[in-house]
Design a protein around this ligand. Structure first.
Ligand SMILES: [Zn+2]
Length: 247
């Protein structure tokens, strides 16, 4: 049986852990209209880790797709998709690291703008293998989605860079439109076979994650939770591409 003194020590440890947890600042106040949220120390660390840990796996995953490419078209799609995946996590990690450790406003804004632009590149890059390798019939307009998606991403980026940190709700609506719209069009015209469930799961995770993307200062570590939803959705999409288009 455990001696009484160990019970006392365990109770003290539990008490001090609780005190420590209570003393941590889990979130700051919500920013005023169109201002950037200022994360707490813990939130900064969580933001860096939740995307930083995906950089190496995404490089590995990209190499697997490149090596499994049976044709030059597959290789091209693997290259574009993998670069968008790797850059999405890398730019995000860089931005959050600089935001945490560096007071250089110019560098911070440059990386923040790049981080947001990467979301559009990542959306277009994720669609690309599906619309290029497994295209819709030539005689209907959605066949052209393989380039329309890039035009939409470009429009999104131009809008976002022009109206940086203004009309944020409209910006979020544009992400949803560019992210979800093409999927709805594609699914109206054909089934994507065994990969469809994982694609839909990924899409649902992205949409659910937006709730946290908009909850800075309302939910502790909201942005890091958004990152986890993005990572979960990216994993789901990656395996859908691997199993459906590359095996
Ligand atoms: Zn982020």
């Amino acid at each position: 049986m455990m001696p009484a003194k160990y019970w006392t020590q365990l109770r003290m440890l539990k008490g001090s852990t609780f005190q420590t947890m209570k003393s941590i600042k889990w979130m700051n106040d919500r920013p005023s209209h169109n201002q950037q949220y200022n994360p707490t120390y813990v939130e900064h660390i969580a933001n860096i880790i939740t995307h930083g840990i995906w950089v190496l796996p995404s490089i590995y995953g990209g190499l697997v797709l490149l090596l499994k490419s049976p044709t030059s078209s597959h290789f091209l799609c693997a290259l574009i998709y993998s670069l968008s995946l790797i850059l999405c996590f890398t730019v995000s990690t860089l931005f959050h690291s600089v935001f945490f450790s560096n007071k250089n406003r110019f560098l911070r804004e440059l990386l923040h703008r790049s981080d947001r632009a990467m979301i559009y590149i990542f959306i277009a890059g994720s669609y690309f293998p599906w619309v290029f390798l497994d295209p819709l019939p030539h005689n209907i307009w959605p066949y052209h989605l393989w380039w329309i998606i890039w035009v939409l991403a470009l429009i999104g980026i131009v809008y976002q860079q022009t109206f940086y940190e203004k009309y944020k709700s409209f910006e979020t609506m544009m992400y949803v439109f560019v992210g979800l719209g093409p999927a709805l069009v594609i699914l109206q015209h054909k089934s994507l076979g065994p990969g469809e469930f994982m694609l839909k799961l990924g899409g649902a995770l992205y949409i659910l994650g937006i709730t946290f993307f908009k909850s800075d200062g309302k939910i502790p570590c909201a942005h890091a939770i958004w990152h986890l939803f993005v990572a979960g959705a990216a994993v789901s999409h990656y395996f859908a591409i691997l199993f459906h288009l590359y095996s």
